[in-house]
Design a protein around this ligand. Structure first.
Ligand SMILES: Nc1ncnc2c1ncn2[C@@H]1O[C@H](COP(=O)(O)OP(=O)(O)OP(=O)(O)O)[C@@H](O)[C@H]1O
Length: 264
């Protein structure tokens, strides 16, 4: 296997993703070749059912590749044990059944699980990382609230703080702006952009907020018709990647404003 550049956080080689049922393979996308580096903010885009969640699940080791490789720290993900993986990738799934009865600080502290001993006792280093994560996301004022008392936007920030406390080189988020209003969508994605630069972590997220992703991300992964395109927003716009992203004639991509418009 070729060794990765020291700035590479995760890469794939001829990766095919999908689901196996008995002897049948349901292929979602194929020949995915991408490389995400430290400090990069990368969005996965595509219409409903294109395969965004499947890609994130495969990159985080939850779903096995159908073919090809996912490589983290020069090692295939299949050969990485779960505790090592938990120190490499933190995963934020908005719909996950997390106890909303925990306080904010307790939920953020769960991010330290990969490092704590079997009774889960937190060391001073753990506490420092928890407080630092809370400070980075600017939620000091709600740290003692119960999670069920929070708005969706506040809860999303708490989940991001938990991922930061886990202190991994890669954070993966599946639709982190679902249920948020336009202001909070922009706020959360701008926060992710700032965190990627301030902490030098790679942050990868799936989203339907294409206009915001075009403005904020370093790179974009587009999944369409089982194929992926990977590049900077400028490269993808230039190659016409957005022109046929959606079916029909309802919306069109406007190159000048780099955004989608309703066809009048
Ligand atoms: N556990 C599963 N088993 C079999 N097929 C699945 C499974 N999960 C998803 N799929 C199928 O894989 C395809 C891609 O689904 P996926 O959830 O990855 O898309 P998505 O781009 O994240 O969609 P959305 O934007 O609606 O969340 C779909 O056809 C879906 O039905």
């Amino acid at each position: 296997m070729n060794s990765t550049n020291s700035h590479t956080v995760i890469k794939t080689k001829d990766l095919s993703i999908g689901y196996r049922k008995k002897n049948l393979v349901d292929l979602v996308a194929l020949e995915i070749n991408l490389e995400i580096k430290k400090g990069e903010l990368v969005a996965v885009l595509g219409i409903n059912g294109a395969g965004k969640s499947t890609l994130l699940k495969t990159l985080s080791g939850i779903t096995k590749p159908i073919k090809g490789e996912v490589v983290i720290k020069d090692k295939k993900i299949q050969n990485t044990d779960p505790s090592e993986l938990a120190r490499s990738i933190s995963l934020v799934l908005t719909e996950q059944a997390l106890s909303r009865n925990l306080s904010v600080i307790e939920l953020v502290a769960l991010g330290r699980q990969p490092y704590t001993n079997w009774i889960g006792r937190l060391t001073n280093t753990d506490l420092k990382k928890i407080m630092y994560a809370i400070q980075l996301v600017n939620i000091e004022d709600i740290r003692d609230k119960k999670c069920h008392e929070l708005s969706d936007g506040q809860f999303q920030k708490v989940l991001i703080a938990r991922a930061l406390a886990q202190d991994t080189p890669l954070i993966i988020l599946d639709e982190p702006t679902t249920h948020l209003d336009l202001f909070h969508k922009a706020y959360v994605l701008k926060l992710l952009q700032k965190l990627s630069k301030d902490t030098n972590k790679a942050i990868l997220f799936a989203t339907h907020e294409i206009n915001l992703a075009l403005q904020l991300c370093d790179k974009l992964i587009i999944i369409k018709d089982k194929k992926t395109l990977y590049g900077t927003p400028a490269e993808l716009i230039k190659s016409g990647a957005f022109n046929n992203l959606f079916p029909g004639n309802l919306i069109r991509f406007d190159n000048d404003s780099a955004s989608f418009k309703i066809k009048q």
